[in-house]
Design a protein around this ligand. Structure first.
Ligand code: AN7
Length: 359
């Protein structure tokens, strides 16, 4: 059977009816790939998996939430949708809105979104407003606009977004045959950790799984309000997707952390970039920098032997790192991270001189 997207797959868990017009790009069903070096690093038979959410149609997990938000907007006879975004939400909103024939309006922090994401919003025909402000201010403006005008807000404060995004937890549980022991995820506006936890809890209540994972969330050190316990006025990080100082789903993220006996911590930009490069060179998995925050978190906690006791207690451990967005979203970062090779004259000899073809 061909995959028809997360709403068809998980219909009974989602607030849709026969009357809901489904707007889908067949999102979801993303690969859960074992990382051999990360598994070995944790050691003693632990299994570490990457949930490669960059393989969604617009290149990020946002598609799971957007198929729901746009379908419900169409059902409600809305003609225009709006979001504030660090890039991926705007890419998903503009693609799904295009498919549904809706107008999309996106507020982005000028100069602080990756090139791939900007190109997506533009090519899908969104009305793009590069605002001279950070994401948090853009979101405040978006809320104000949605109050004043007949436009549907599709940021993750729209509950349909969370409903769609919880299907990531369903897929992981279906693939593994149970929930993992640990679920590591990058945290920005905190909708995704909220949604994943909701998904795990619902699947557990439905008897589909026997355990609930501990939820480990990772923010960038320069944008870590949940770690400091107060908003960050001027968040700064190279991981522009999570350059967020006042997350909308603050309370829900804290609840996911506490109810799951998990944690939310910060990783530095250097740690994020190191994980970003290692995923690319050791796993062949190209993610955008923000996505590597989950793996940077894994590396940090593996070094502290955090997993040793749960592993000893249980005899086996399954850890899932959510890698949320595709590396091609931010090609400039990849090119900045590696020294560019010099130009070469068109002869085998000069190529050999530059590269050493004999190995
Ligand atoms: C790749 O697109 O907030 O904690 O406006 O793009 O649910 O916000 C993106 C967030 C992680 C954080 N990884 O998820 C937006 C936006 C990537 C992201 C996050 C984002 P949330």
């Amino acid at each position: 059977m061909s995959w028809k997207g997360i709403i068809e797959q998980y219909r009974s868990y989602l607030p849709v009816t026969e009357q809901t017009p489904i707007v889908s790009l067949h999102e979801g069903n993303t690969p859960l790939i074992q990382s051999h070096w990360l598994s070995e690093l944790v050691g003693n038979g632990a299994e570490v998996y990457l949930k490669y959410e960059g393989m969604n149609p617009t290149g990020s997990f946002k598609d799971r939430g957007m198929t729901m938000a746009i379908s419900k907007a169409v059902e409600a006879k809305s003609v225009a949708v709006l979001c504030a975004s660090t890039g991926n939400t705007s890419a998903a909103a503009s693609a799904y809105a295009a498919r549904a024939g809706l107008t999309s309006i996106v507020l982005i922090p000028n100069g602080n979104i990756a090139l791939g994401k900007l190109s997506q919003a533009l090519i899908h025909g969104a009305k793009v407003a590069p605002v001279e402000a950070n994401f948090d201010t853009c979101l405040e403006l978006a809320k104000e606009i949605a109050d004043k005008y007949p436009i549907t807000l599709v940021n993750s404060i729209n509950p349909h977004r969370i409903e769609g995004q919880k299907t990531c937890a369903f897929e992981i549980s279906d693939t593994l045959g149970d929930a993992p022991d640990f679920n590591l995820t990058p945290v920005g506006n905190a909708g995704n950790i909220t949604a994943q936890w909701k998904g795990y809890c619902e699947y557990h209540s439905a008897g589909k799984t026997t355990l609930l994972p501990r939820m480990l969330g990772f923010q960038a050190a320069g944008a870590a309000p949940l770690v400091h316990g107060k908003p960050v006025l001027n968040p700064e990080t190279i991981a522009t997707a999570i350059r967020i100082g006042n997350p909308a789903s603050w309370d829900q993220a804290i609840q996911a952390r506490d109810d799951s006996n998990g944690l939310i911590d910060a990783v530095t930009d250097d740690e994020i970039l190191a994980a970003y490069q290692q995923l690319a060179t050791r796993d062949g998995v190209f993610v955008e920098p923000a996505s590597a925050a989950s793996v940077a978190g894994l590396l940090k906690y593996a070094q502290r032997d955090y997993f040793a006791k749960p592993l000893a207690d249980k005899g086996r451990l399954r850890i899932v790192c959510i890698v949320t967005g595709h590396g091609l979203k931010d090609p400039e970062r990849a090119i900045k991270s590696i020294e560019l090779p010099d130009r070469i004259q068109p002869s085998v000899e000069s190529i050999h001189q530059a590269i050493n073809l004999a190995g």
